[in-house]
Design a protein around this ligand. Structure first.
Ligand code: SAM
Length: 221
């Protein structure tokens, strides 16, 4: 079967005992970036052979992994960070495997979206996850449609676009509460919380935002 194994989003200690065992037991590990994952595997003395599976892998790679599974091999899917399939290429493989009638099984663990949410201080009983926002087409319409959204809104953003995106949020949604969760589980982990104007002020002061970020929005009641 295909095991969908969550790996750390920064701190290499954030991996479960079961994840390490399964990564040792399977025949192959399908990894987004074999060099990147090599660091984690080395730390936990996991010597299982890796095959690469990334956004540009295409049908040939999917078929190759399907072939391994059909021959009775066990494969673990890991991504560069967190839970495979959440805004990374894992979905393509998971859906192809299920279509071929082969079982999948998740090994839960870290994900940036849940870590950001639980530390945000925003309501977490209901939330809307948007992945990465569209870069151009559809962006404005999306913001307009979020105006009446009552649930906590979460999305992933690149640090380069963050300030521009927060300005768009201010333009379309007004003075909403936002949280920028940055570098979670890493040395420079921080949450920047407050009204969008205040958060923008703090970030613009720095000139450049570095690292990985998750953005959360809460519309006014
Ligand atoms: N599959 C991953 C997960 O379960 O969270 C997400 C993969 S997606 C390609 C990468 C994005 O996740 C980054 O651009 C950033 O928005 C977010 N991210 C990943 N690690 C993070 C971290 N340590 N702190 C903040 N955001 C993070």
């Amino acid at each position: 079967m295909l095991h969908i194994v969550s790996t750390p989003i920064g701190n290499l200690e954030d991996i479960t005992v079961r994840a390490v065992r399964i990564l040792k037991e399977v025949d192959y590990i399908a990894a987004e970036d074999t060099r990147h994952s090599g660091i984690l595997l080395k730390k936990y003395e996991i010597n299982t052979p890796m095959v690469s599976f990334h956004a540009h892998s295409g049908k040939y790679k999917v078929d190759k992994i399907l072939d391994m599974l059909e021959k009775g091999k066990d494969v673990a899917l890991i991504s560069d960070a967190g839970t495979p399939g959440i805004s990374d290429p894992g979905y393509v493989l998971i859906s192809a495997v299920l279509e071929a009638g082969i079982e999948v099984s998740p090994v839960p663990g870290a994900s940036a979206l849940l870590s950001a949410l639980v530390g945000s201080g925003m309501p977490m009983d209901k939330f809307l996850y948007l992945g990465f926002l569209p870069l151009k087409k559809g962006r404005q319409t999306l913001f307009k449609n979020l105006k009446d959204e009552k649930r906590t809104i979460i999305f992933y953003e690149s640090p380069r676009r963050l300030v521009k995106t927060l300005h768009q949020i201010q333009d379309f949604l007004g003075e909403v509460e936002v949280v920028v969760a940055r570098e979670l589980t890493k040395i420079h982990e921080e949450y920047v919380r407050g009204k969008v104007s205040g958060v923008l002020g703090k970030l613009e002061e720095r000139g450049e935002v570095k690292g990985e970020v998750v953005v959360l929005i809460r519309n006014k009641e």
